[in-house]
Design a protein around this ligand. Sequence first.
Ligand SMILES: [Zn+2]
Ligand SMILES: [Zn+2]
Length: 361
Amino acid sequence: MDFYALLGVARTASAADVERAYRRLARRYHPGVNPGDRVAEQMYRRVQEAYFVLSDSERRRKYDRGLLPVDEQEPVAFEGFDFSTPAEGPFAATFSELFADVFVQAAREATTPTRGQDVTVTMHVPFEDAVRGAERPVSVTRQERCSACRGRGYTARAVASCPSCSGQGTLRWTRGHMVFRKRCPTCGGDGRTLREACRRCSATGVVPRAEVVTVTVPPGIESGSRIAVPGRGHAGALGGPYGDLYVTIEVGDHRIFRREGADLHLTLPVSIAEAAFGADVTIPGLDGPVTIRVPAGTASGTTLRVPGAGGVRHGTTARGDLVATVQLVLPRSLDERSRELLREFARINREDVRRHLFETH
Ligand SMILES: [Zn+2]
Ligand SMILES: [Zn+2]
């Protein structure tokens, strides 16, 4: 998230510019102005966050250098009012203090482990593998839990007493009559360890990793099907559980077959003599040669079915059929003798093969 872009100011914007931009946006997205609008609510929170960082010169300097210290995610809690002592100094709470409740909520979200995002990839599966089923590798780039910090984003170093809170674990301070409290970010609240942002994962708790996942493709799977591989998605934030991997299947074409469910379709070239006299013709099936009986007098366009010679019906062990659509093929070139025979054939067979086209019903 680019805080400058979010506030709509240049990177060189003055503190006054940042302030003005913030006020304008805070008014626009204020939950009181947009009741029930979750997008506005989120924008409001982001605007707060951006302002929290950019309104403080030290935080802004760190942000500009690409450092967002872990401690800025720590919640500030508003404890209440304290009128027992006179207010000290100018009555000016910092922005983050005034919006303490907003920060507590945002920070709780930022420090609660969340489930990782799902990863979606598309896998090309050759036609035969989709029909028969197969184990197929697919390469996936995913966020994995950082091993250096075990996904926490920071590493801890033991000390006698935390210098920030004198080992108390909490920072507590007042502004005017208002009392604020915050878990000590330096030690994470336990007073005896120092938290240092993990360098390996830039304090995110996750590192990208490319790996090859083997996916079991069930027989009969169709293009567009999704296969879920549980737990192989992105790592969750702050040690949260992994998301899932979803593999979308894209089945390749076959040289001669087309699939309709479990049935395999093909166009079957048949010679004139085979169609006239009948023949057993053999084609290369998916599991070896398949013989198809062409009956005598078969017309072009006739479909011939070989039961059980298709693929596996998805989710069962039943097989589909092989469905052949006959296509009559003339010899590529006719020699004089063949022409003579065909002329003879035409003389003998004077039947008009298109007569039925003229019949009215
Ligand atoms: Zn790490
Ligand atoms: Zn501390």
